[in-house]
Design a protein around this ligand. Structure first.
Ligand SMILES: N[C@@H](CCC(=O)N[C@@H](CSS)C(=O)NCC(=O)O)C(=O)O
Ligand SMILES: [Fe+2]
Length: 233
């Protein structure tokens, strides 16, 4: 459900296959951006200005390993923007958010839910009034984030996803941090039924995650270095 209070855009950065989201309050023009990417900051800033939005918050779902966050660069363009990250991340941000802490975007309210497992500092952001959840890399379309670096822990990820995301109402839409096959969103109902990893029993899930044997992201070295400092290069 997307109501007339919400201004919503989903944007894509092709090099890292990252989704960035703009959430705006139509009544007050206040806005937040979720997971901006350094390389697409100019594109995003232009759109925010064209939509006549006043950017207040730059929310990162975690310390990204595959791209440099755009939050530091955006703060130079929108000086009142404050970057936000989980208070479990160990990284720098203007606001470190606790589990279940709420942030306001005009008349909209988003809840930060800690969903560790892909990293120890992952959060999902729930926009309850609109039935939306932004899951970062905790839950992807028919998949989930890898757990083989950044204090990744398959057991924690399984519990996070089931307790904090798939416990939301079935009709909630899921907007992930990435997709590598062209999918843009999902729903709680679908992922509970069709997610090939999360529908496994926990022991099998852990076994699978511990044997994925994926290549490291190409930008991991530069990304981690910068993202521990809010994307400062
Ligand atoms: N090839 C990409 C990186 C792909 C990757 O590792 N994706 C991560 C999310 S970004 S930390 C992941 O968790 N993937 C889960 C999976 O099952 O693929 C690059 O070089 O950037
Ligand atoms: Fe990630």
């Amino acid at each position: 459900m997307i109501t007339s209070t919400l201004i919503f855009r989903q944007l894509f950065e092709a090099r890292s296959s990252t989704y960035t989201y703009i959430i705006g309050c139509a009544a007050t023009r206040k806005a937040a951006i979720i997971d901006p990417v350094l390389e697409t900051v100019e594109r995003d800033a232009k759109l925010i200005s064209q939509l006549d939005l006043d950017l207040q918050l730059g929310l990162n779902t975690h310390v990204h390993a595959d791209h440099v966050t755009g939050t530091a660069a955006l703060a130079k363009i929108f000086p009142s923007m404050r970057s936000c990250l989980s208070d479990e991340s160990g990284a720098k941000a203007d606001r470190l958010l606790a589990h279940r802490e709420k942030v306001k975007v005009g008349r909209l309210e988003m809840q930060c839910r800690h969903t560790p497992g892909h990293t120890n500092g992952c959060s999902s952001y729930v926009l309850d009034s609109e039935g939306l959840v932004f899951t970062g890399d905790a839950l992807l379309f028919r998949g989930c984030g890898r757990t083989d670096f950044q204090q990744g822990d398959a057991s924690r990820l399984y519990d996070s996803v089931w307790n904090e995301i798939l416990s939301l109402p079935d009709n909630f839409s899921i907007f992930p941090g990435h997709d590598y096959n062209g999918h843009m969103s999902s729903s709680v109902r679908e992922e509970k039924k069709f997610n090939p990893r999360l529908t496994l029993e926990k022991k099998k899930f852990i076994e699978l995650m511990n044997n994925l044997k994926l290549d490291y992201p190409k930008q991991i070295d530069r990304a981690l270095l910068a993202n521990m400092k809010n994307g400062e290069m």
